[in-house]
Design a protein around this ligand. Structure first.
Ligand SMILES: Nc1ncnc2c1ncn2[C@@H]1O[C@H](COP(=O)(O)OP(=O)(O)O)[C@@H](O)[C@H]1O
Ligand SMILES: [Mg+2]
Length: 248
């Protein structure tokens, strides 16, 4: 698989101190690439570098072979990289449908907004079932699904997710990660950070372990999953079993 996104020797951080230190990895086109690692390792910072909220001090980020480091978030969004905000990003007093339509804010053509909304309704039943309900009336997990649906309005090539399962009970987590798989099957490349390592790796086609702002290990989801050291560090010993069943 060729790389859709590449980070090459990236140094980046906040206020003059580096969090990412010579970080290099790539996100293959058509992959679900999952970044795992301890708290404070720099995972969210990686995603901020990708979406343009943090500019690297050194190194480059390329998307479809073109350099994007140095571009602003709006420009990066326009290229087809959409990051779903960590949580509570819906307008609670607007309906579910209105929230999803808002995702198409960069689109001028109303007919195009309507066309995409219909496609998204096919992928996310909740957008139909709860269309007229206020977003604020939904559970945390349901709101997460509407956030996913909204991000698809821009027809992104790369969907960036920071800990999509955060704060969800196990059943809702499974449903939310299934919908990540749905977005992937719909043709999106996914870059996600997941603190639920078992669930994240079971979904991933590619996994990157980050520690102290550097890549510690990179491989297929199952390679990382079955690495004894990683199992010991992050999975409480033993290797992970699939928390999300593979689709057939
Ligand atoms: N906005 C910020 N300003 C200053 N330091 C930050 C900011 N965001 C994160 N950091 C610091 O950068 C380091 C990495 O943070 P982060 O990328 O959020 O890690 P992770 O997502 O892996 O938990 C941490 O030490 C954190 O305190
Ligand atoms: Mg984080």
């Amino acid at each position: 698989m060729s790389a859709l996104l590449e980070l090459q020797g990236v140094w980046a951080g906040y206020g003059g101190s580096d969090v990412l230190r010579d970080l290099t990895f790539s996100v293959p086109a058509g992959s679900v690439t999952c970044v795992v690692g301890p708290n404070g390792a720099g995972k969210s910072t990686i995603l901020r570098v990708v979406s343009g909220q943090v500019t690297p001090r050194k190194g480059t980020v390329t998307f479809e072979g073109k350099r994007i480091s140095g571009l602003n978030p709006r420009q990066i969004l326009g290229l087809g990289i959409v990051q779903v905000a960590q949580s509570h990003s819906l307008f609670p007093d607007m309906t579910v449908r209105e929230n999803v339509e808002m995702g198409g804010f960069l689109l001028r053509d109303r007919a195009e907004v309507a066309r995409r909304l219909r496609q998204i309704e096919d992928l996310f039943p909740i957008v139909v079932d709860r269309a007229e309900d206020k977003a604020g009336a939904l559970s945390g997990g349901q709101q997460r699904l509407v956030e996913f649906a909204r991000c698809l309005m821009l027809d992104p090539k790369l969907v960036v997710l920071d800990e999509p399962s955060m704060g969800l009970d196990p059943k809702t987590l499974k449903n939310v990660l299934q919908q990540v798989r749905t977005m992937w099957e719909d043709g999106r490349t996914i870059l996600l950070v997941e603190q639920n390592v078992r669930a994240g790796l079971s979904l991933a086609t590619r996994a990157v372990v980050v520690e102290s702002g550097q890549v510690r290990l990179e491989g297929t989801g199952s390679e990382v999953n079955s690495n004894p050291e990683i199992a010991h560090l992050y999975l409480g010993g033993g290797t992970a079993s699939a928390a999300v069943p593979a689709s057939d």
